[in-house]
Design a protein. Structure first.
Length: 261
């Protein structure tokens, strides 16, 4: 479900959602009260889902600032439902990000949304939904390893050992605590493969394990991040185009030991 009181924004969001192959149906509402009426209404498909113990809709993409019942107030109702849908805020006001997650929102998207950002959010919704219904005995996926050539010997580097990746033309250099290794894999390909494992693009030349970021700070030429701690820590640049998303992801991160100056 998409909820926005501005028709142009609502149409754009619905269009992008309907263009995504992961989405089968999009319901739309021009305000929070209409959205709640639809969720609690008599739509046959929604009633069947509720009867089966599923949320009426899988996800609600909602604006925060709306007349009448605001998106924040609507969130308190939605998150209180027995089978609550995933809640995603879509807004042009970046200062609402922290409040969104405190309200139990699964994610936060800045206006205007773009297909790539929506795709990542929809994948997150799918993973969250699948994790909810997965059997408890399900085995976790094997940790990916990367084969690297070292003095005539093939060494297997576990992905968990990689702190950050540096682009070097059509190659990528994996940086671990023990050293670095050059692999014949473009950085863009690793970004796609490792995005779900917590690696985030901070610059055209750098992909970083987000769990190892201990500091985000403003420098003379822009933002930088500190990866790791102590003598082994490194400082890497953050490009302007990646700063906003990195800040949002750090706000959502469950780790609390990073600083922002």
């Amino acid at each position: 479900m998409a909820v926005d009181d501005e028709p142009k924004n609502l149409d754009e969001l619905c269009y992008l959602l309907r263009q995504n192959p992961r989405v089968r149906r999009v319901l739309e509402a021009s305000d929070a009260l209409e959205a709640l009426r639809i969720i609690r209404g008599q739509d046959p498909e929604l009633q069947q889902r509720i009867a089966a113990g599923l949320p009426a809709v899988d996800a609600v993409f909602a604006d925060i600032q709306m007349p009448g019942l605001s998106g924040v107030e609507m969130a308190t109702v939605i998150t209180g439902l027995r089978d609550a849908p995933a809640l995603v805020f879509v807004t042009g006001h970046g200062d609402h990000a922290l409040a969104a997650y405190n309200l139990g929102a699964l994610d936060y998207i800045s206006k205007p949304p773009n297909p790539e950002r929506l795709e990542r959010v929809l994948r997150l919704i799918e993973r969250t939904s699948m994790a909810t219904v997965a059997a408890p005995a399900e085995e976790p996926a094997d940790e990916e390893v990367i084969p690297v050539e070292l003095a005539g010997t093939t060494k297997l580097i576990p992905r968990a050992a990689v702190r950050y990746v540096e682009a070097q033309g059509d190659y990528a250099r994996l940086h671990t605590a023990e050293g670095s290794h050059l692999v014949r894999i473009p950085l863009a390909q690793l970004e796609e493969r490792w995005g779900d494992a917590g690696f985030v693009r901070i610059h055209r030349s750098y992909l970083v394990a987000m769990g190892l970021i201990t500091e985000l700070k403003m420098a003379t030429s822009g933002y930088t991040v500190r990866v790791g701690s102590g003598e082994d820590a490194v400082e890497l640049p953050v490009s302007r185009r990646h700063t906003r998303e990195l800040k949002d992801r750090l706000v959502r991160s469950p780790k609390n030991n990073w600083g922002h100056r």
